[in-house]
Design a protein around this ligand. Structure first.
Ligand code: NAD
Length: 410
């Protein structure tokens, strides 16, 4: 198997007590071990001539992936409800075949897989439809927005045996990849506390262009983002801990904040009164983890900081805090690693969200080529989003501490 970041995380979860404890027992951390832990794994090399035939649905965010640049993939069909977006998808991916809807595309016998980049409330339904038609799925985050949908996704995945991956960008930020390696090697000691955040001022408000007509000017129809509950979109934050240590977020107390003058909080489809959710989780290993999502504080972007007993790592911020890896007794490392060499050559560039899009595209294609589960499989994807569903409930109950159900394989 080539470089697979999740295999590191899975190894950590399974073998944590055995390997992590051994690493923690070391006296001091050598500078070479700190360096080695954030070094780029071996360079990618072609392994197969097989081409995965993918259909891409959703010509907004769905335009920003690298299927056509991967030597083991070709875009066989595209779809969007809007003709302009269908055309944009065809141009972007050099694809002749276009369908008017996902519901038509799923019948195409030439497709191995479908990339679902449709509105959030449709993710579970669209994923299930694709799997019921025998297609593997990669879908935008979050996997779902209700516990019932989480159970349905688990059922269809386990019944069909098809592969599912969530295109969660925070999982492939360079510092998240580095953290998986640092955790694997025990360099930071035990990760006792973590903070993750996703801040995107304006989302869901009546004054935000994304609330109207799929970003098309002069359209008066609401999009799914109008009044969308922040904690139903938790994955950019939660992936920073779940996708690094393999822990599950087991309990939560969440405080929601609101704006009494915001019309979108009075008549949205979700009965949502919040513009922010600030959630305090406890993991299944008893570690506190503070995860925020906000549409209305003066802050921007997705980032995390992780605190271990022997070191800490800080993601850069939009205000200028640099990447810092601080390890007891060692000089700080401030050079951010990018891990480009793990990708096919044509994909080694940053197309958004801290260089995560090529890694996501590559991992899904290689999982299908190698006939293995992708790094962010369905269980991981549900472990990213289910805690937010419960956190939203907690906020509605004034911060009540609630248990988070686990949808892992039993
Ligand atoms: N960092 C990230 O991971 C990130 C960033 C942006 C968006 N996203 C996610 O990507 C997804 C898409 O976001 P967006 O901004 O492009 O949303 P959007 O609402 O602008 O676009 C969704 C598109 O899906 C199309 N669509 C809906 N139903 C369809 C159907 N049945 N058949 C064919 N096409 C259909 C719509 O016409 C629309 O063009 C969302 O889930 C969003 O949360 C993730």
């Amino acid at each position: 198997m080539g470089f697979d970041a999740m295999s590191i995380s899975r190894l950590t979860r399974r073998d944590w007590l055995k390997q992590g404890a051994a690493a923690l027992g070391m006296v001091g951390i050598a500078p070479s071990l700190v360096r080695a832990a954030i070094e780029t794994p071996p360079e990618w090399e072609p392994q197969s001539d097989r081409k995965i035939r993918i259909g891409v649905v959703g010509g907004g965010f769905g335009l920003s992936f690298h299927w056509h640049e991967h030597p083991n993939c070709e875009v066989t069909a595209v779809s969007d409800l809007l003709p302009q977006r269908r055309e944009m998808l065809q141009n972007r991916y050099g694809c002749d075949k276009a369908y008017d809807s996902l519901e038509e595309l799923v019948h195409d016998p030439d497709l191995d897989a479908v990339a679902v980049f449709t509105p959030v409330p449709d993710h579970a339904r669209h994923t299930i439809l694709c799997m019921e038609h025998g297609k593997h799925v990669i879908a935008a985050c979050p996997a779902c927005i209700t516990l019932e949908e989480a159970a349905q996704l688990k059922e269809v995945k386990e019944r069909t045996g098809l592969k599912y991956m969530n295109a969660e960008t925070s999982y492939y930020h360079p510092e998240t990849i580095a953290m998986r390696q640092l955790v694997r090697d025990g360099v930071l000691g035990e990760i006792l506390y973590s903070e993750g955040e996703y801040y995107h001022p304006g989302i869901g408000r009546t004054t935000d262009s994304l609330s109207w007509g799929y970003g098309m000017p002069n359209s008066d129809d609401r999009t799914w983002r109008y009044g969308f509950p922040p904690m139903l979109y938790p994955t950019h934050s939660t992936a920073f801990i779940v996708g690094v240590t393999g822990e599950r977020l087991a309990k939560v107390s969440c405080i929601g904040t609101t704006d009494p003058d915001e019309p979108a909080l009075k008549d949205n489809d979700y009965d949502n009164p919040f513009l922010s959710g600030m959630a305090m989780f406890e993991t299944d290993r008893g570690h506190p983890s503070r995860m925020n999502v906000s549409w209305h504080i003066h802050a921007h972007g997705e980032r995390a900081q992780w605190f271990g007993t022997k070191g800490a790592l800080y993601s850069p911020t939009w205000t200028g805090q640099p990447f810092i890896l601080s390890v007891q007794g060692q000089s700080n490392v401030t050079e951010r690693p990018w891990f480009w060499e793990t990708l096919p050559p044509d994909m080694r560039y940053d197309s958004g969200h801290n260089g995560s899009h090529p890694h996501i595209s590559h991992e899904f294609v290689m999982a299908l080529v190698e006939e293995r589960e992708p790094a962010i499989d369905l269980y991981e994807s549900l472990a990213f989003c289910v805690p937010g569903i419960v956190a939203h409930d907690s906020a509605l109950q004034g911060g009540a501490r609630l248990d988070v159900p686990c949808f892992d394989v039993t």
